[in-house]
Write a protein that binds this ligand. Structure first.
Ligand code: ADP
Length: 355
């Protein structure tokens, strides 16, 4: 598809350039040809006059010769160029214009093909990203849907199902429905962030409020694994969108807890330079393999798929986090050592608290 689009775009470039160059050539030819016509006309007039006056000149020359007086050098007011020259000029002009046009068309063909490639590459990348996204999303949807279907079918086929078995089946189905709901919420949020912005930056946000709200959201999960979340008191104001910043910190804290060992701790710290807040969220968990680090912000990427399914991840959290940071004109990056822990560093433009 990319190749045929490239060829048809090159053909369009060529058609346009050929039209422009032909128009130029035709106008040059018409202009020069008019001048040649004028010259031809002038030449003919001179020829007629010359034919009329030649006998008079001849007589004058003879009279001068008889008197022994030489004719002044250069005496010949009717110089006429070779009548063949003008048609030759015309032919040469046409040849030169045809050659120039062929050169322009060949150059335009090569340059157009190259330019078409450059123009279409981002579009092709976008389309292939879109395809990958659709196939990843379908894959994510298929797993819980298959589980739901199988469990329901097995349940329906079993005529001796007890009430507690029915309840267990419904509980399992509810888990899968919850997973599907989380997935669709995340997909919607990501599409909102990518296409409409989805954040309203402008309000002044207290960082301590954001951290407190995020902490509250992940506390049940942390309690389950007996993980302590250490957040110092940080006095800092940011210009941003509070719900999105809460979402960002929640994703990072949630991951830190999910991928940490039981009874460990997650430490939040903050530094600030003149106008930048540097926020670090560090855990002492399983870490991320070096080969996975460049991909963890990609949509649906999970470092270890089997393990991630156990931890109920679907690989969209960090994509959402990165998008939120970018919409706040900040940066996010990760440092990790396998089996030692991971630190996410977020840098955001900051508003200092006036004393
Ligand atoms: P998920 O919902 O699977 O956690 P994310 O987009 O939030 O999706 O994270 C992508 C992948 O990055 C995760 O599947 C996990 O493998 C890895 N990851 C993210 N945060 C951490 C962390 N703090 N420690 C170890 N691995 C992490």
């Amino acid at each position: 598809m990319f190749q045929s689009a490239r060829i048809s775009l090159t053909a369009w470039y060529l058609v346009i350039i050929t039209l422009i160059s032909s128009l130029f050539s035709v106008s040059i030819y018409i202009g020069v040809n008019n001048e040649l016509h004028r010259m031809e006309h002038f030449q003919k007039l001179r020829q007629i006059e010359r034919e009329k006056l030649e006998p008079v000149f001849e007589q004058y020359r003879k009279d001068r010769a008889r008197l022994g007086v030489t004719v002044p050098p250069g005496f010949r007011s009717f110089r006429i160029s070779d009548p063949e020259i003008i048609p030759q000029v015309r032919v040469r002009l046409i040849t030169i214009l045809v050659l120039i046009n062929l050169g322009i068309i060949s150059f335009a063909g090569i340059a157009g093909y190259f330019l078409a490639g450059r123009t279409l590459t981002p579009i092709a990348q976008m389309v292939s990203e879109q395809h990958r996204f659709i196939s990843d999303a379908s894959h994510e949807l298929r797993t819980p849907l298959t589980a739901l279907k199988t469990a329901t079918e097995v349940g329906l086929r079993d005529k001796n199902l007890t009430l507690s078995q029915v309840k267990a089946l419904l509980k399992g189905n509810l888990y899968e429905i919850g997973y599907l709901q989380m997935l669709s919420d995340s997909l919607l949020r990501l599409s909102q962030l990518e296409h409409t912005g989805g954040v309203t930056i402008g309000e002044t946000v207290e960082l301590s409020d954001v951290l407190a709200q995020s902490r509250k959201k992940v506390l049940p999960l942390a309690r389950k694994s007996h993980i302590t979340i250490n957040i110092p008191r940080i006095e800092c104001r940011l210009e941003g969108d509070a719900p999105s910043l809460v979402e960002l910190i929640t994703v990072l804290l949630d991951n830190a807890i999910k991928y940490s060992l039981k009874k460990s701790s997650v430490d939040v710290s903050a530094d600030s330079t003149e106008d930048t807040l540097v926020l670090r969220i560090a855990d002492h968990g399983i870490g991320i393999d070096r080969r996975d680090i460049p991909h963890i912000f990609d949509r649906f990427y999970r470092a270890d798929k089997a393990r991630s399914r156990v931890t109920s991840g679907y690989g969209l959290g960090l994509s959402i986090a990165k998008k939120i940071v970018e919409l706040h004109h900040g940066t996010i990056h990760v440092e990790s050592i396998a089996d030692r822990g991971t630190t996410f560093t977020v840098r955001l433009p900051m508003k200092r608290i006036q004393a």
